[in-house]
Design a protein around this ligand. Structure first.
Ligand code: HAM
Length: 386
């Protein structure tokens, strides 16, 4: 619907891909990366997030020579040495998209709209979209000085983590969840008030496009993300649950990331959303979790020489594009019917000695519980027509 192409990058990469891009002082780099040495002494990391690996592939495969933007998506395992709890796992799976090579604010709105539409189509609407702009290399340094100055006389009021953040990564001060720090955060200067003109215009257009696309959002001037590569637009979809600190998905623009990997300046924007978190939220809001597709036909057989006939039906059905599976284990007919029920198949084709003799098959419709005997070819036609 949105014209994104699938990309699969390796589960592990040279650790530098993540160390250079994600940020030295972020939790992901400091506490959560699985890093190990391979037999040749190379330092490797299990993928702690999707974006840097996709950007590495974009560079390595010369995708800057393609028509820009390059729109990519992935569904991939991600590893973080997190404290395991509901919705927070050491291995989770992310659906993510990255649109590379174009700074147009309409692209920011496009990826946000894509994620919004994805959730809605799954039946999730119990969330709010939070949006912010964290500026770029032109306006952020001056703002950070302002923030440092604001915090300078409040050191005694800060917890240890925040004192460290003030030193290493002051923007993340705004992200502190400690109740004692909230009044200080509430009164702190915010970046959206100090954006340079190009960043202000960019953000205004993102918001205009979102409005046009019917994607409502809350401006959250204190939204900063847990990874350091972001510039300008950042966003998160937050479930509407009291006290939830676990975003359903999030992302933003990262116009400096590809340069950090050694490429020429190349803008990018994207999101990641945790599949396990989506499932948790579907269950919480009592929306059915989409299951795998069931087969249409289950082939049961009973008696000497019936296995060949059962295999013939299976082959003919599959040849006609009908998904089909067969009973296993030489079970009783009753046990085979239980297998059929649990497979979710709509029809059972039954081959017994009587059917072998007559050259017919008994076709049972598990929904209506009706059955009839008919030639195999007619049974297959019945299934292709249904
Ligand atoms: P992130 O916010 O770190 O962003 O992760 C994206 C999503 O992955 C989260 O919103 C959450 O749904 C899920 N997630 C993260 N950690 C866990 C965990 N330990 N257990 C279960 N689910 C988890 C990124 O990773 C960026 N690469 C997103 C992005 C793409 N930004 C631009 N492009």
């Amino acid at each position: 619907m949105y014209g994104y192409q699938r990309i699969d990058t390796p589960v592990f990469e040279d650790a530098g891909v993540y160390l250079r891009t994600t940020g030295d002082s972020t939790d992901v780099v400091r506490k959560e990366m699985y890093i190990f040495e391979d037999r040749g002494g190379e330092k490797l990391a299990l993928r702690p997030e999707g974006t840097a690996g996709v950007c590495r592939a974009y560079l390595e495969h010369g995708m800057s020579n393609l028509v820009q933007p390059v729109r990519l998506f992935y569904i991939a395992p991600v590893f973080r040495y997190d404290r395991p709890q509901a919705g927070r796992y050491r291995q989770h799976h992310q659906f993510g998209v990255e649109a590379l090579g174009d700074a147009d604010p309409a692209l920011d709105a496009e990826v946000i709209d894509l994620l919004h539409t994805f959730y809605r189509r799954l039946g999730l609407d119990d969330f709010r979209l939070q949006l912010n702009s964290i500026g770029d290399v032109m306006c952020r340094p001056a703002y950070l000085e302002r923030l440092r100055a604001y915090y300078a006389d409040k050191l005694d009021l800060l917890d240890r983590d925040c004192r460290e953040r003030l030193e290493n990564n002051p923007l993340r001060l705004l992200d502190c969840k400690n109740a004692g720090c909230q009044p200080i955060i509430d009164a702190a200067p915010v970046l959206v008030d100090h954006l340079c003109e190009p960043c202000r215009d960019h953000f205004a257009t993102v918001r205009r496009c979102l409005e046009r696309l019917g994607v409502s959002h809350d401006l959250n001037p204190r939204l900063v993300r847990g990874l350091d590569y972001y510039t300008r637009t950042v966003f998160e979809f937050q479930p509407l649950v009291e006290g939830s600190q676990s975003a359903l998905g999030g992302g933003g623009r990262y116009d400096g990331l590809i340069e950090l990997l050694g490429g020429k300046p190349t803008p990018g924007v994207g999101f990641g959303t945790g599949i396990e978190r989506i499932i948790l939220n579907l269950k919480r809001t009592e929306v059915a979790v989409p299951g795998g597709a069931s087969p249409e036909l289950f082939v049961a057989h009973m008696g000497d020489g019936t296995i060949e006939a059962a295999l013939d039906i299976l082959m003919r059905a599959r040849g006609e594009g009908i998904s089909a599976l067969m009973a296993t284990g030489g079970r009783s007919l009753k046990a085979q019917m239980r297998q059929a029920d649990s497979s979710g198949a709509r029809y059972v084709a039954l081959i017994g000695e009587r059917e072998l003799e007559s050259g017919e098959v008994t076709l049972r419709d598990l929904t209506t519980r009706s059955q009839e005997s008919l030639p195999v070819a007619d049974a297959i036609s019945r299934l292709t027509a249904s």
